[in-house]
Write a protein that binds this ligand. Sequence first.
Ligand code: NAP
Length: 349
Amino acid sequence: MKKVFVNGYGSIGNRIAKFIKDDPDIDVIGIGKHSSNETVQHVIDDGFSVYVPEDKIDDFKNYDILGSIESVLDECDLVIDASPGGSGFINKKNIYEPKGIKAIFQGGETIFNDNSVADILFNSRVNYDAVFDKNYVMQGSCNVTGMGRILNPLREKYSNKLSRFDVTLVRRWADLEQTDKQIIDTIEMTEQPHHGTDVKSYFGYDAPLFVRAIKVPTRQMHLHIMDIRFNEDAPTPDEIHNLFQNEYGIAVIWTAKGTKDVRDFAESTKFNFKDTNMLHIHANMTTSIGDTIQLMYSDDQTGIVIPENYMLLQAMLFQRAYDDALKRTEKLFNMDEKKKLLEEHFSKS
Ligand SMILES: NC(=O)c1ccc[n+]([C@@H]2O[C@H](COP(=O)([O-])OP(=O)(O)OC[C@H]3O[C@@H](n4cnc5c(N)ncnc54)[C@H](OP(=O)(O)O)[C@@H]3O)[C@@H](O)[C@H]2O)c1
C-alpha cells in the first residue's frame, strides 16, 4: 500500500482526498491545513488526520491535529499539493525537494520560468506513460485539461488537414463552494493567458493554437468557444460529434440552455459535489462553415481535474498500464454512467 499526503483541502484537495481514499492500494495518511479555522474540524469529521506547518502548531491547539506536515512527510510516498497557485513551488523548494518526496502539483503552478515545479505537464489522454519515472509533475489546469482532451482526438483523426485553432476561454469567476469570494459584475480580460502555452507543452510549441481568455461573473463552469480551421472543407457537425462519442470524459449534449442546467442536473442526479468530472460538447451550437468548425463545450472546473490527478497518481506510484488505470478510474468516478445520464437527459429529441 502506498502512502499519500494531500497538502491543501480547498476545492481541489478535498475532492481528491475523498475520492482516492476508496482505492484499496492507497492510504491517505493525512491532510495539510494551513489556516486554523472551522474547516479543520470538517477535515477531521471527514475521517482524515490533520497535519499543520511546524511553525503554526500553536495556532491549532483547539483542534485534534496529529502533528506537523514536515514530520509526516518522512513517512509518505507521494504528496498531492493542492495549495493556492504559486504556493506549490514554495512547498517544493522548502519541503518536498529537501525530503526527496515525489509530488503532484496543480494547474495554478507553472512549468516555465524560475518558478517551474516540474518539467512536464500531464494530460492522461496525451502523455500518460511519460510521467512513469518522474518525481515532480504538474497536472494541467481545468481549462488546459479540457482543451487537450478536445484537441488530441482532432489531431489524431485529421492531422495535417488541420490548419489553425482559435479558442476563447470564458472562465467562471469562482467555485460554487467559494462563498466567501464575491462575484463582481464585470467582464474581466486576461492578459497573456497561460493556457495556450501550457497546452503547447504537450501539443508542440509550433502548434497553430491561439487562445484568448475572459472571466465572467458566474460560478457555473467554464465555456470554451473554439474555431477549428481545416485546409480543405471542414467535416460535418455529425462527423465531429461522432469523433467524441467514445472519448472518455466527454459528453455530447443537445438541449442544455446554459452551464447551470448541466450543474443542476448533476445535483439532481446526486453526482458527488455536483460535479460531472467531464466536458460537455453543446452539440446544438456546432456549425460547419466552409473550412471552419465552430464548437462550444463547457468544462466542469472543479471536477475535471480530479480523475486526472488519480490517473497521474497511478502512473507515478504504480506505473500501471493505461487501460488498467482507466478501469480503476472508472470504478471510482463512474464517468461512463455520468456521461450516459447526461447524454440521455440532454438528448436531441
Ligand atoms: N478550483 C478550481 O476549479 C481549480 C481547477 C483546476 C485547478 N485548480 C488549481 O488547484 C490549486 C488549488 O486550487 P483550489 O481552487 O483548490 O484552491 P482553494 O479552494 O483556495 O484551496 C487551497 C487550499 O490550500 C491550502 N493552503 C494554503 N496555503 C497553503 C500552503 N502553503 N501549502 C499547502 N496548502 C495551502 C488552503 O488551506 P487553508 O484554508 O488551511 O489556508 C486551502 O485548503 C490551484 O493551483 C488552482 O489553480 C483549481
